[in-house]
Design a protein around this ligand. Sequence first.
Ligand code: C2E
Ligand code: CA
Ligand code: CA
Length: 592
Amino acid sequence: MDHLHNGTQNIHALIVDDDDVDRERLVRMLRRGPRAITVEQAASQAQALDLIRQPEAHFDIVFLDFGLTDGDGRDLLPAIRDGIDPDCPIIAVTGNADEQIAADSIKSGMTEYLTKRSLSPERVAASVEEGMAWRQYRHDLRRQEEELTHRSLHDPLTDLPNRTLFSDRLDQACARARRSGDPFAVVMIDLDRFKEINDSLGHAAGDAVLVTIGRRLREHLREVDTIARLGGDEFAILLQNVDGEESARAVATKLTEMIQAPIVHGGRVLHVGGSIGIALCPLLGFSPEGLLAAADEAMYESKRAGGRGTDKAVLAATSDLQPRRRYDQGGLMQDIERAIATRTLDWHWQPKVDMRNGEVLGFEALVRWDHPTDGPLPADVLIETIEQSHLLEAFTYLCLDFVLEQFAALQPVLDKAAICINVSARMLERPGFVGHVVETTARHGVDPARVMLELTETALIANPAQAKRVIEQLQDHKISLSIDDFGAGFTSFGYLRDFAVSEIKIDRSFIARFTESRFDQSLVHSLVVLCESLGIPLVAEGVENPETQAMLVAMGCTCGQGYGICRPMPYAEVRDWLETWNGKRNGERLRA
Ligand code: C2E
Ligand code: CA
Ligand code: CA
């Protein structure tokens, strides 16, 4: 079954055409190509379906004529995609050179079109090669997506579940405990002397310690328990059926032994220890955040106690529920914190328009920050820093408050335009998030139907169940959701059907290469078709020039955003811009 990977492998082609002469001509051309090729032929829809539905049917490529005596060739598309391969390249072969037909065929899911008049052996051979490359590319994307899902949920070093998967399991355990009273324990472990080993013996030694301890934990705990690496030298465990102080202490002793057992690396024997904090559910309640914070606090207490004894576990008491503040990472974080407190961050607005007629559909708010001494910091750098800090929530809530207040003031002159606000994936985990968005919207008198949140695709893949819940809650309050940076390497069409998504934004890297790259055109084609069938508007971002704009519109992607339309501008300029823009539009309408 390795037909995908060998460029010179025999190819199995299907030709569907009711004209015997045309079919024979195509067969001859195919045979003249560089690859060994076997061809099956069908003269009608019915014959084609028989071939496709054979139990062992396999075709690498299909050539399809539209006008068949018993119907439209395009009706066969679903059968081919389902019966053979969802990524099977399908080449439309039409008698007609009409641009519109060409565009329609691409839109209906064809990979490429050829007109019978322009057929040549070279052209046909090129289509075969491009079709094979296209299929390979689609298969690679699917594989990457699976890998990404795994990678987004596991720590690459130890292959243990990561923080995201751990919090998902913790949520589930809390929900289960609330329903049935099943007790469990949250255990936090922080290794002692790890930093010394890492610093003095190198990262390889540090990695060996983490891998060994990860493996020991996994081997010695039960299948039902979740063992995660949260980052650095921090591990967390969810232990089922730990029902009281006594069993918790027993577990802690066992864990301590596992951690303290010597580790051999590079001819040396390494010794590490662990500080352990434990929180019990339902003793400390059912809140995932609360339990985690309690276990964390207990773990730090154990670390502070720092004794050399074997029993270094601290059991969180009911009064320890204060979440502990993390350390700052120096000056930048403090500067950001101050900027949030003093509201000295700013948001620029970039319009999103219907590229056919210029109608303004919305504005995306993009953060801008002038560092007091270092000057402007790029938005993505700022966001990345904030996302790794304790400031994320404060930043997000400031953003909502700031932008919605501005939007409220402009709402009357904005017609139907929406405000689009970027939200970091991690905010989905915050329990009060949706409530806060709803409250802020209402407080500023903004119509929730005109508020759209932008979330990246990765956020949805990382924790689909949680994302789905949040999106549904938002939708209950009429607030819509856009998927940002769609297609950035990990295109995942499947889950779009399951989410109440109101918009998809194609990643700007595709749009940048769009006019030159057939692959990117293919991706945009597929997206246009998919979004049309799902009834989800598609937006191209990063539209930088008129050629790109024209090609997108011709392909059916009509909403756009980008420097070629308008750069992000300060809020104070939006009103004037809108007037000029609409004035120009009206002028053009009158002239037309
Ligand atoms: P994004 O959401 O993909 O935002 C679009 C980015 O593309 C913006 O960069 C915008 O200025 C830029 N852009 C717009 N048109 C074009 C174009 O034609 N060509 C090119 N090359 N770029 C164009 P910016 O403002 O630097 O923002 C970078 C990223 O930072 C955003 O990417 C978003 O992920 C994040 N971000 C920005 N503001 C916020 C915010 O308030 N909250 C959160 N959570 N993230 C934000
Ligand atoms: Ca965005
Ligand atoms: Ca984007």
